[in-house]
Design a protein around this ligand. Sequence first.
Ligand SMILES: *[C@@H]1O[C@H](CO)[C@@H](O)[C@H](O)[C@H]1NC(C)=O
Ligand SMILES: *[C@@H]1O[C@H](CO)[C@@H](O)[C@H](O)[C@H]1NC(C)=O
Ligand SMILES: *[C@@H]1O[C@H](CO)[C@@H](O)[C@H](O)[C@H]1NC(C)=O
Ligand SMILES: *[C@@H]1O[C@H](CO)[C@@H](O)[C@H](O)[C@H]1NC(C)=O
Ligand SMILES: *[C@@H]1O[C@H](CO)[C@@H](O)[C@H](O)[C@H]1NC(C)=O
Length: 618
Amino acid sequence: MRSLAVYLVALAFGSAVRAAPKDCAHKVKESVVPPRGWTKAASAPANHTIELRIGLPQPNFAELEHHLYEVSDPFHERYGAHLSKEEVESLIAPHPQSIQLVDEWLVSYGLVQEDLSRSPAQDWVKVKVPVSLAEKMLDTEYHVWTHEASGESLVRTTSYSLPEHLHEHIDLVQPTTLFSTFKRMRSTARFSRTTPAAPSPSAPPIKVPTASGGEVDASCNETITITCLKQLYNAVGFTPSSKNGNKIAATGYLGQFANFADFELFNEDQVPEAVNATFDVISINGGENDQDPDEAGDEADLDVQFAFGLTFPTPATFFTTGGSPPFIPDVLTPTDSNEPYTEWLDFILDDPNPPQTISTSYADDEQTVPVSFAQRVCNGFAQLGARGVSLTFSSGDGGVGDGDSDPATQECFSNDGRNVTRFIPLFPPSCPFVTAVGGTTHIPETAVFFSGGGFSNVFPRPAYQDIAVPEFLARLAPGKFEGLFNPNGRAIPDVSAQADLFKVFIGGEAFLIGGTSAASPTFAGIVSLLNGARISKGLSPLGFLNPLIYALGAIEPSAFNDITVGNNPGCGTEGFNATKGWDAITGFGTPNFGKLKEIVTTGFLTLDLDSTGISVSL
Ligand SMILES: *[C@@H]1O[C@H](CO)[C@@H](O)[C@H](O)[C@H]1NC(C)=O
Ligand SMILES: *[C@@H]1O[C@H](CO)[C@@H](O)[C@H](O)[C@H]1NC(C)=O
Ligand SMILES: *[C@@H]1O[C@H](CO)[C@@H](O)[C@H](O)[C@H]1NC(C)=O
Ligand SMILES: *[C@@H]1O[C@H](CO)[C@@H](O)[C@H](O)[C@H]1NC(C)=O
Ligand SMILES: *[C@@H]1O[C@H](CO)[C@@H](O)[C@H](O)[C@H]1NC(C)=O
């Protein structure tokens, strides 16, 4: 009904507008320098099908963002008054004239309404076309490009055009210029096939004042289990409700399947009360769910075992999203969209009742994602935040670089054509509307060297970072790393959690694995427990977390365990140091669940402005 209404409005509106000249001249809309490592192999087969995804402008996005910040600001009277799906969609809807002019353009190439599919807010139009037609529509030439390191192939172009009158009615068209290096955040260097050694039972517990009971089992210094995380993050003894409507989810891409038998082995080993527990699997865009033990995904198994193990018996969902490479030239269905967040976003934004906490451990080098695309995906995350969904992302496993210690193969070069050395932040963690989770290790906790941290080159610093981040920058030696990072960019990570030596079950066997891949589901697990506690008290879920995190970061004693030891080398530098307060390797530090729960379930924060500056209290 709604889409029909919008369409009728569009028609009524359209009658007043001058018909677009059909043969209007094309003008270049976007050009990119192909990222390092990609080479042009051959012309794209004319009959290869691609699914064009056309992004229409969201003229009221600033208003949505304003609502998002009000309902996420713990000092604001609207804190927690999240928007409905319908309210978000009406704020994201394109101008009817944009819908109409884009439809007319598609019709002029013989494409009719039945060929098109639209996102719930109508801000994306998708249509499957052969390369030969896409080349005419976009006045471009597609090629097969190959990525030397991974052997992947994609059908892409480095530049495309649109009729001049459509430039203000279309933000972007993909797949065109998107050559991303989408990867999971499991630090391969930290992947150990050794079954963890049985810890010595006689070793005395490690004293940690902020832990549950003030101590953590000695074995946790070598092997991280659910018990270790509950002790360390002061969450022992809290059992969430399975029936209050609270839900948690983890996303999976790149053919990563979460294996039920492994989940069962994990629970038998670490969460006895969760034996026989299961989780829902939702397939998006043809995402598969292969339960063959040989197909068990290390990333997917890690994510579900720790996120769902920490939060049992909270209802849990694993999203398996398809749509990643390889490009298969002889298949008429599109297979080569290499950035599947948009597929997942289409699905989740259409869900009337999404999980309140969702963890993702996949990312791209920010510089391989075209700015127009990064902004649209980031805006999609803002829509979820406005609806009360908390999103955590791993901050990355390469420190300030790409994780490659060999300077000859490092990707620490800018992709802007200047080819200068530059730190490598990751997207989506660099999106200001998600919570980026860095990594720690050992007990007492120190920053783990691979913890991704730094500053976005795309997204400016959001206001919620305006106190914490300049304080950190002021402590850097003058001129330190000048030109290597953008001090005015959105800084990551926001927080951190343990990220190494996690005992997981994969294909029936126990392994120790690490990466900020482990930190994101861990932090999401703690957030989900907080959401459960709030929902049981009749309060709203926490939603977009960052304004709250940065407000809490100013409270003494902190609700986070401040990490002050460690650094994250990369790009031939020693990287940033963990310091007192926020830093570009561990954010504000790791969570103290007991303290956070007390704060978020007992009312609002008050802000005291006095001569000494700002102090925040309960
Ligand atoms: C934990 O292990 C680290 C690294 O081996 C070590 O430096 C630290 O002293 C250990 N902690 C305790 C309490 O033994
Ligand atoms: C798990 O399922 C088995 C077989 O149905 C049953 O015997 C066992 O009691 C169950 N365990 C728990 C903890 O629910
Ligand atoms: C696509 O075109 C090529 C070259 O004309 C042809 O060999 C191939 O069979 C076609 N593929 C399909 C699926 O029609
Ligand atoms: C970029 O610079 C590096 C190091 O100076 C060099 O090896 C590489 O070939 C350059 N790449 C391009 C595309 O100019
Ligand atoms: C990190 O700390 C070391 C030792 O204090 C110091 O030499 C170095 O300059 C610091 N690095 C940064 C980026 O501040």
